[in-house]
Design a protein around this ligand. Structure first.
Ligand SMILES: NC(=O)c1ccc[n+]([C@@H]2O[C@H](COP(=O)([O-])OP(=O)(O)OC[C@H]3O[C@@H](n4cnc5c(N)ncnc54)[C@H](OP(=O)(O)O)[C@@H]3O)[C@@H](O)[C@H]2O)c1
Length: 301
C-alpha cells in the first residue's frame, strides 16, 4: 500500500473552473453516510452532481441541501433500488434503463460507486447460515452487481469525455473487510471483488490507451449513518473520510489505496502478522462486537 505521492491537477482537485462547467460526478448511495458527504465534497470542488438513492423523500432532502449549499453547481438525482435494478443476466429493469438514460447524455467525469450494505454492526454481523438465500443475494446485488453493471453502462460515455491530462475517474468504495471478516463473510467477499475488479479494469483501460482512472478506496471503520460507532483515532467521521477519499483519488498511487493514514497503519499491522494470529484477532474482535450488539445466538469460539 503506497502513500499518495503527488498532487496532479485534475477535475477532482478543484476549485471550480471552466473545466467544471458541464462536468458531473455521480455518487451512488448518496442519501446518507459517506455518500452524502462525498456529494458535498465533490460539489465543493466545483463538480456538478448527480446523486442516487433508494428513498425519494431522502433524495429530495439531499437535493435541496446540495442546491442550497452549492448554488454554482447543477444538482440532479435519481431513485433506484440497487438490489433489483439489474437481473441475474445483467439486464437493467425498465426503471433502471430510464434512470441511466436520464443521465447518460451528461458529461460524467467522475463515477463514485459508493452504495453498499451489510456492514451495520447493530444488525449485519450474523452467521452465514443464519442468513436466508434472499439476504445473501441482496448483499451480492447491492455491493457487486449494481456497481458492475452501472459502470458497464456509463463507462463508454466517460471514455468519450476523457483525454490525456484530463482523465475521468471511477472511485469504488472498498473496505478493509476484504481481509475476510467473520460473520460478514459475503460482505467481505464482495469488497474483495471490488478490489480485484478495480485493478483488472484499470489495467485493461491503460492497456487500451484510455484515460479513465479506476481507484478502489480502502475504507476502514468510519462513523457514518449506517455504521454508527463513534469517532476515534482509527475511526474518522464520514465527512473527513469523504474528503480524504477525494484527496486520495485526485493524487496518484496504487489502484487499491487506503485514503486515511490510521487505516493504512492498521493494514500494516495486519500484514506483518502470521495469518492464523490475525485470524484469531479478527474472530475475537468481531465476536466481542456481536456480543455487545446482542447478535450472538450460538457459541462461536
Ligand atoms: N462506514 C464504514 O465503516 C465503512 C467501512 C468500510 C467500507 N465502507 C463502505 O463505504 C460505503 C458507504 O458506507 P456508509 O457507512 O456511508 O453506508 P451507509 O451510511 O449505510 O449509507 C449507505 C448508502 O447506500 C444506500 N443504499 C443502501 N442500500 C441501497 C439500495 N438497495 N439501493 C439504493 N441505495 C441503497 C443508503 O440509502 P438509505 O439512505 O436509504 O439507507 C445510503 O445512502 C459502502 O460501500 C460501505 O460498504 C464503509
Amino acid at each position: 500500500m503506497g502513500l499518495t505521492s503527488s498532487k496532479p491537477q485534475n477535475i477532482l482537485s478543484g476549485p471550480r473552473g471552466p473545466a467544471h462547467r458541464d462536468a458531473y460526478a455521480l455518487v451512488t448511495g448518496a442519501t446518507s453516510g459517506i455518500g452524502r458527504d462525498l456529494a458535498h465534497e465533490l460539489c465543493s470542488r466545483g463538480l456538478n452532481i448527480i446523486v442516487h438513492g433508494r428513498d425519494s423523500t431522502r433524495l429530495e432532502v439531499l437535493l435541496k441541501e446540495l442546491r442550497a449549499q452549492h448554488p454554482a453547481c447543477d444538482v440532479k438525482g435519481f431513485v433506484l433500488d440497487a438490489a433489483t435494478a439489474f437481473n441475474a443476466s445483467g439486464e437493467a429493469t425498465e426503471e433502471a434503463r430510464r434512470a441511466i438514460a436520464s443521465v447518460g447524455g451528461l458529461k460524467i467525469k467522475v463515477l463514485v460507486n459508493n452504495v453498499g450494505m451489510g456492514h451495520n454492526p447493530a444488525k449485519d454481523f450474523i452467521a452465514f447460515t443464519e442468513q436466508t438465500p434472499a439476504q445473501v443475494a441482496t448483499i451480492i446485488q447491492v455491493n457487486i452487481s449494481f456497481m458492475t453493471f452501472l459502470t458497464h453502462a456509463l463507462l463508454p460515455g466517460m471514455q468519450e469525455h476523457a483525454a490525456a491530462g484530463d482523465p475521468s475517474f471511477i472511485i469504488n468504495a472498498g473496505s478493509l473487510a476484504d481481509l475476510g471478516l467473520p460473520w460478514v463473510s459475503v460482505y467481505s467477499g464482495a469488497k474483495a471483488y471490488i478490489a480485484g475488479f478495480s485493478k483488472g479494469l484499470d489495467s485493461e483501460l491503460k492497456g487500451e490507451g484510455q484515460h479513465v482512472e479506476v481507484i478502489s478506496a480502502l475504507i476502514g471503520d468510519t462513523d457514518s449513518d449506517g455504521h454508527k460507532v463513534g469517532t476515534s483515532l482509527f475511526t474518522p467521521a464520514s465527512k473527513d473520510m469523504a474528503r480524504m477519499i477525494i484527496d486520495s483519488a485526485a493524487g496518484s498511487g496504487p489502484v487499491v489505496r487506503a485514503p486515511y493514514w490510521g487505516h493504512r497503519f492498521q493494514m500494516w499491522l495486519c500484514s506483518i502478522q502470521p495469518y492464523r494470529l490475525l485470524q484469531k484477532g479478527m474472530i475475537y474482535n468481531v465476536a466481542a462486537l456481536r456480543e455487545k450488539n446482542g447478535l450472538v445466538t450460538k457459541k462461536q469460539v
